[in-house]
Design a protein around this ligand. Structure first.
Ligand SMILES: Nc1ncnc2c1ncn2[C@@H]1O[C@H](COP(=O)(O)OP(=O)(O)OP(=O)(O)O)[C@@H](O)[C@H]1O
Ligand SMILES: [Mg+2]
Length: 245
């Protein structure tokens, strides 16, 4: 589903992603762990299409198409979703209006009709309930005044509503309480199936205990320095990054 080839990215002439190669097959859950500042969020942003990065070299293929020339909204319409490490507050835009506009623009891109209001609201209620997110969050301004954990829950709520093919979760566990972590992990695990893929960025074993990734990569200075299965997480937890860096 995702194939990154020899990717090099700079910000203000500083190399952040350094000749990276990474493949994520359809149906797989891939975890990336790495020290602060190693380039994990930069990688997420570059896949999602955020502007402001200098692509020096390489390609990113999504289902066989090189997406580097596509705008973020086109990538989203093709099924790429990024749950932000730091969700943005947008005062004046209701959460549900934002979500509905996003959903309808994706549907339009794919030649589908706008959502029926009743069906949209029913699904919103159903999914927000599953995530223990009170329905009052639908009418509140997007992320405005939400607690740290509520913002993260809302990111996953949007993901479940949008039904993307590639879910990039950038530290979705930071700020979540113990119960919320379980609820969110359950939501992500239930959504995961043989037709979608997950790129899960985290610092902690706990989320991965729930989500059970198929592959784990350790990231440092913009590239993968070690790959393995779930056992790599345990080694990392015991020995820290020094063992690998
Ligand atoms: N717009 C920018 N201007 C200057 N430096 C930047 C910019 N964006 C990223 N960087 C730098 O790139 C490096 C990688 O940042 P990034 O946010 O990708 O790290 P990360 O691996 O996600 O870290 P964390 O685990 O702390 O979230 C950092 O040193 C950061 O300061
Ligand atoms: Mg980050």
């Amino acid at each position: 589903m995702l194939e990154i080839k020899n990717l090099s990215v700079s910000v203000k002439n500083k190399i952040i992603i350094n000749n990276l190669n990474l493949e994520i097959e359809k149906g797989k859950k891939v975890a990336i762990m790495g020290p602060n500042g190693s380039g994990k969020s930069t990688l997420s942003n570059v896949i999602a299409g955020k502007h402001g990065y200098q692509i020096n070299d390489g390609q990113i293929f999504f289902n066989g198409i090189n997406i580097l020339d596509l705008d973020p909204e086109e990538r989203a319409a093709k099924g790429i979703y990024l749950a932000f490490q730091y969700p943005v507050e947008i005062p004046g835009i209701a959460n549900s209006s934002f979500l509905r506009t996003a959903l309808n623009s994706i549907r339009k891109y794919n030649g589908e009709k706008d959502l029926n209001t009743r069906e949209f609201l029913e699904e919103c209620k159903d999914l927000s309930k599953r995530l223990n997110l009170d329905t009052s969050f639908l009418s509140r301004d997007l992320n405005t005044g939400f607690s740290g954990g509520e913002k993260k829950k809302n990111e996953i709520f949007h993901m479940l509503m949008m039904k993307p093919k590639l879910c990039i979760l950038d530290e979705i566990d930071s700020g979540l309480d113990i119960d919320a972590l379980k609820v969110i992990s359950d939501g992500v695990s239930k959504y995961s199936n043989e037709n979608n893929s997950m790129l899960i960025i985290t610092h902690y074993q706990r989320l991965l205990d729930y989500i059970k990734p198929d592959e784990v990569h350790i990231f440092n200075e913009g590239k993968i320095i070690k790959s393995g299965d779930y056992n790599l997480v345990k080694t990392l937890e015991e020995k820290g990054y020094q063992e690998f860096v």
